[in-house]
Design a protein around this ligand. Sequence first.
Ligand code: SAM
Length: 331
Amino acid sequence: MNLKEIKGFLKGEDDKTLFDEANEIRLQVFGKDVYLRGIIEFSNMCREDCLYCGLRKSNRVLKRYRLTMEEILESADLAKINNIKTIVLQSGDDLSYSKDFIGKLIEEIKTRFDVVITLSLGERTYEEYAYWREKGAERYLLKMETFDEKLYEKIRPGKRLKERLQRVEWLKELDYEVGSGIIVGLPWQDLDSLANDLKRLTELELDMIAAGPFIPHPETPLRDYPHGDVDLSLRVIALLRIMNPYANIPATSALASLHSDAREKGLKAGANVIMPSLTPKRVRLLYNIYPGKNESCQCIIDEIHYIKRIIEKAGYIPSDSKGYSPRRLYA
Ligand code: SAM
């Protein structure tokens, strides 16, 4: 699809064709299965100062937490109990978790549970990524947020787009299943920029692609900007599905924060993954990337049941598969 066609669909010029085609492709590749990925948000400490994110280091109001190895393993046990076969370990960019700590954590999880591990720890060194891959982590998620260099450098002060992109390339080289993505509806982002993001994401030949709407956080400099549009976010998901038939694409929790049935619509637009939070009750509200995060259910078991109901209500089937990247099998 060329940029002009992408932009036309983003404007909503032919929603019926777009959503029908996306759903058709999704059914061909994944059937009705929806993969569950249990996410453990083990630290909300962050050395970065991203303008959009509630975890930014300048947010002095947020109470910070770090989970211990045992606490993280207890959360991982919940994945086992609930038959969830992927664990996503996510945190702010928190360097206090050393290369060895994360390595040991991966080892412990792999010894105790039959799961695939996705890491989402932000920007670390090539050596760290290589070591964790060796220890058994199979997937890494590092969203570009935007491919527009000027916008990127404005919303991530002191950071360079090409350095993040370099890391995505390293992760591919290290044979991770690699995920990246963007935020839809960022301040100063226009449709040309968004259309270009979809093209660039597709060129990266990713195993996972996430695109969730921007949600303004009151303790950030972007507090007064409007949130990303739900319909636009759904069109982005549908376009990503058509352009990347074999990628695992989540219906994000950011989507759910904006509207109670938006995640269901995300599935119908072509998404095939949902990520319930396994973060302990004591701290889950403190992983406050944006307002509404982790607020729908305080109890983890309730959240998993709630998500399974959403999937079934949308006409799909919660899958207990490990959900490996079909791109690697077929593409
Ligand atoms: N520190 C890691 C990193 O930067 O990759 C992972 C954690 S980071 C908090 C996870 C994701 O949250 C980011 O990639 C970003 O897309 C998303 N995010 C942060 N603030 C957001 C906001 N206000 N609205 C929507 N998404 C947001």
